[in-house]
Design a protein around this ligand. Structure first.
Ligand SMILES: Nc1nc2c(c(=O)[nH]1)N[C@H]1C(S)=C(S)[C@@H](COP(=O)(O)OP(=O)(O)OC[C@H]3O[C@@H](n4cnc5c(=O)[nH]c(N)nc54)[C@H](O)[C@@H]3O)O[C@H]1N2
Ligand SMILES: Nc1nc2c(c(=O)[nH]1)N[C@H]1C(S)=C(S)[C@@H](COP(=O)(O)OP(=O)(O)OC[C@H]3O[C@@H](n4cnc5c(=O)[nH]c(N)nc54)[C@H](O)[C@@H]3O)O[C@H]1N2
Ligand code: SF4
Ligand SMILES: [Mo]
Length: 715
């Protein structure tokens, strides 16, 4: 084999930057530029560049581990898999199938996410499955479905951004969380467009903006309503568009009119002239976009908040038209695909609903089971974790590290410890894996093939570039082996192929006719076309599933070649009548507002050099050098009041616990707010403090606002 480069994608965030991997003498791979992939055109952030470091045997798990006499010791695969099967089977026998929980991740490929959902429903027969995407973007998803009838992160490719007139970025720090994407915003400004950033901090992203609004955390809903109020008051509503393409304007308008700019200024801390300026910048150009990320979404009213931003787009005719629209910047590598194929509590593949009889029939036929045997919807992620040790006695966890990343993490850590049985599949010994009864070491991005769906809804092919170290198996193999052990006579393992393309072929059939229809997508197309945007239906006749056999072929050859759908909603929205829905929303406070005892607001987020719970990136020397540990960002005025000194430890105390980390004093944050990144365990764990108050619709927790007290720590 020549020393050829393998084109693939980064293991981390939702941008899914393209990269080439070339084999090295030492058996490893080096990352080389891949300029042909349009999203990043070769550019990578430090995490992508250094990703091969996590492939090294020295930092990762190389053998299954089982708990023996209180400690984790190496074991054979058979021993370890037998222990997992026994743990789950015993729980099922003693307490029923719903006592077995499954927790997945948005970093899993489509094939793994699909198989995990299927594994829970037909091998374990449990309804208790959810995943970390619930912490990430389910509020935007819920609002998108309500408004447009369909949720896909961005309804247009990133390449449209430079040609619009104005972008409002709400609570996204993409200069740190998706650095190569900054190019699109720079081009927008070079073309004469403007960028508005809404963030309580003057982030690297805000520094690029033409206008930076700095609201109090948790007040984006009021802010959006205030802007809509001004749109109406200034006669900027696109009446014709509202008439033709929407319903529900009267109620939404009435709600907005109750939010006077002065009232909104009091709630948000953003001045009326700034509100007016934002409206002018957004409304004057012919095209404009609103993009949200975790800032406004990770709130106990995230769904209504995103709804209010969508209202602003609808009232001004900026959705479902070229170069205009609302989009959500998804987060994890497969944050988009991971929420479409069934690892979510209420979901079946193809973005189908678990409580829809037609959806159950369709998917049950593909799976070769009776639709009535499929369990119903289960608990959301936080509620599932909170039920560990009580209703849920055993957990199979794949691709998440909740000991660091879940809200109210000390409590969740206790819940995890109270389980009868915990099995974790991971590439490293994460803080959560360290608590397991069995740890299964699995292959990573560069060692396996599979598809992901990036924030644009572009389905991509990751390709295997190297062999994994001896002794490591893939998540797909783990599910196959567990299905064999748990299925007994039923031969269930046949439904869990270990070859990703085989799984994808089944996923195509399962998704056919669903909202996220992948049936016209094949590995061959993905390789040739640099990704395909869903929905991409195959031929309808061919994709119909025979209920008896449960199997049919979708022959791509026979299907008219669907080009995929880079841009959604241009003719109609995905609602029954084709019109978008306004959301009749009003402001409400965060679940926990500051008071005398806890007078400051804490918000949380990310830094460029660490990824999520840090399980992977904390093992990379270069990234650790750049971001060695947690910190508390606070304004000089607050610091002066507390007597806090730059670099010295401060304690942040909430109703849930106390965290300590060095002070980082900056004028770039509101004086009533402190910020902590959440990438670290231990004393500086931000999630010791966070509030698990859930959004009533999306069940997403309020990571972005809770009340705290800050104290200088005497050293
Ligand atoms: N380096 C790095 N990149 C990542 C990740 C990572 O862990 N590290 N994770 C990936 C994932 S899964 C995700 S979800 C994305 C997240 O990407 P982002 O959403 O960009 O990341 P965050 O830092 O969580 O939040 C963005 C901003 O919201 C602001 N914010 C806080 N509270 C509020 C509020 O109430 N209102 C508003 N408007 N803003 C607020 C914060 O100050 C922060 O700057 O990043 C992806 N990329
Ligand atoms: N305070 C606060 N907390 C937050 C957030 C916040 O903004 N503030 N953001 C939330 C958000 S948006 C997210 S997405 C979550 C993310 O938080 P987590 O769910 O903890 O995500 P990761 O740290 O990416 O954990 C992924 C784990 O899976 C492993 N892994 C990677 N690839 C694979 C694979 O293919 N198979 C298997 N089996 N394992 C794999 C990694 O090594 C790692 O241990 O955190 C949430 N928590
Ligand atoms: S921006 Fe995201 S996908 Fe691109 S290299 Fe960095 S972590 Fe990887
Ligand atoms: Mo996320």
């Amino acid at each position: 084999m020549p020393n050829s480069a393998t084109p693939t994608h980064c293991p981390y965030c939702a941008l899914q930057c393209g990269m080439n991997l070339t084999p090295q003498q030492d058996g490893g791979v080096a990352v080389v530029e891949r300029p042909d992939f349009p999203v990043n055109k070769g550019a990578l952030c430090g995490k992508g560049r250094t990703a091969p470091a996590v492939l090294a045997s020295s930092v990762r798990l190389t053998s299954p581990l089982v708990r023996s006499g209180g400690t984790l010791v190496p074991a054979t695969w058979d021993e370890a898999l037998d222990r997992v099967a026994e743990g789950l089977a015993r729980t099922r026998t003693e307490h029923g199938p719903d006592a077995c929980g499954v927790f997945g991740g948005g970093g899993l490929t489509n094939e793994k996410a699909y198989s995990l959902g299927k594994f829970a429903r037909i091998v374990l027969g449990t309804s208790q499955i959810d995943y970390n995407g619930r912490f990430c973007m389910s509020s935007a998803a819920a609002a998108g479905i309500k408004a447009f009838g369909l949720d896909r992160g961005l309804p247009f490719p990133l390449e449209d951004i430079p040609r619009t007139g104005c972008v409002i970025l709400v609570g996204s720090n993409l200069a740190e969380t998706m650095p190569p994407s900054l190019r699109f915003f720079n081009e927008l400004r070079e073309n004469g467009g403007t960028l508005i950033v809404i963030d309580p901090r003057r982030t690297k992203t805000a520094e690029q903006a033409d206008l930076h609004l700095s609201p109090r955390p948790g007040t984006d809903l009021a802010l959006a309503l205030g802007l809509l109020h001004l749109v109406v008051a200034e006669g900027r509503v696109d009446e014709e568009y509202v008439q033709e393409r929407t319903v529900g304007w009267e109620d939404a308008r009435a709600a907005a009119m109750a939010h006077w700019p002065e009232y909104v200024e009091r709630i948000t801390g953003v001045s009326v002239p700034q509100l007016r300026e934002a409206v002018r910048m957004f409304c004057e150009p012919e095209h404009a976009m609103v993009l949200t990320a975790r800032g406004p979404e990770q709130q106990s009213k995230g769904t209504d908040t995103v709804g209010a931003w969508i209202n602003l787009c609808l009232a001004t005719g900026r959705a479902g038209r070229p170069l205009s629209g609302y989009g959500c910047l998804t987060g994890q590598g497969n944050g988009q695909g991971g929420r479409e194929h069934g690892q979510k509590a209420d979901q079946l593949p193809g973005y189908r609903k678990l409580d829809d009889p037609d959806a159950r029939r369709h998917v049950a036929a593909v799976w070769g089971v009776d639709p009535d045997s499929l369990p119903g919807p289960g608990r959301s992620a936080y509620e599932l974790l909170d039920a560990l040790g009580t209703d849920i006695k055993a957990l199979l966890l794949m691709a998440s590290n909740p000991v660091v990343s879940a809200p109210r993490a000390a409590h969740i850590e206790e819940r995890i410890k109270s389980l009868d049985f915990l099995a974790v599949c991971d590439v490293v010994l994460s803080e959560t894996a360290a608590l397991a009864d069995v740890v299964l070491p699995v292959t990573q991005w560069a060692e396996e093939t599979g598809t992901t769906t990036n924030l644009e809804g572009r389905v991509l092919l990751r390709r295997r570039a190297i062999s994994p170290p001896e002794g490591i198996r893939s998540d797909l193999e783990v599910m196959h082996e567990l299905a064999a052990r748990l299925g007994g006579e039923r031969g269930l393992e046949k439904g869990f192929p270990t070859d990703a393309e085989e799984v994808f072929e089944e996923l195509r059939r399962a998704s056919a006719g669903g909202a996220a229809d992948y049936s016209g997508i094949t590995y061959r197309r993905l390789a040739e076309e640099n990704g395909v945007f869903w929905p991409c239906p195959g031929s309808v006749e061919n994709s119909e599933i025979s209920e008896e056999s449960g199997s049919s072929e979708i022959s791509e050859g026979a299907a008219p070649h669907h080009p995929g759908t880079p841009r959604l909603f241009l003719d109609r929205f995905a609602t029954p009548d084709g019109r978008a829905r306004f959301a009749p929303v009003s402001h409400r406070a965060a679940a926990e507002e500051p008071d005398d005892e806890y007078p400051v607001l804490l918000t949380t987020g990310r830094v460029v050099a660490q990824y999520q719970s840090g399980a992977q990136t904390r093992r990379v020397a270069e990234l650790n050098a750049a971001a060695p540990g947690p910190f508390v960002e606070l304004h000089p005025r607050l610091a002066a009041r507390l007597g806090a000194v730059e670099g010295d430890p401060v304690a942040v105390v909430s109703r849930r616990g106390r965290a300590v980390a060095p002070a980082r004093i900056t004028t770039g944050i509101r004086p009533d707010t402190v910020f902590m990144p959440f990438h670290w365990p231990g004393e500086g764990r931000a999630n010791t403090l966070t509030n698990p108050a859930l959004d009533p619709t999306s069940r997403m927790p309020e990571f972005k606002a809770c009340a705290v007290r800050v104290e200088a720590v005497k050293s």
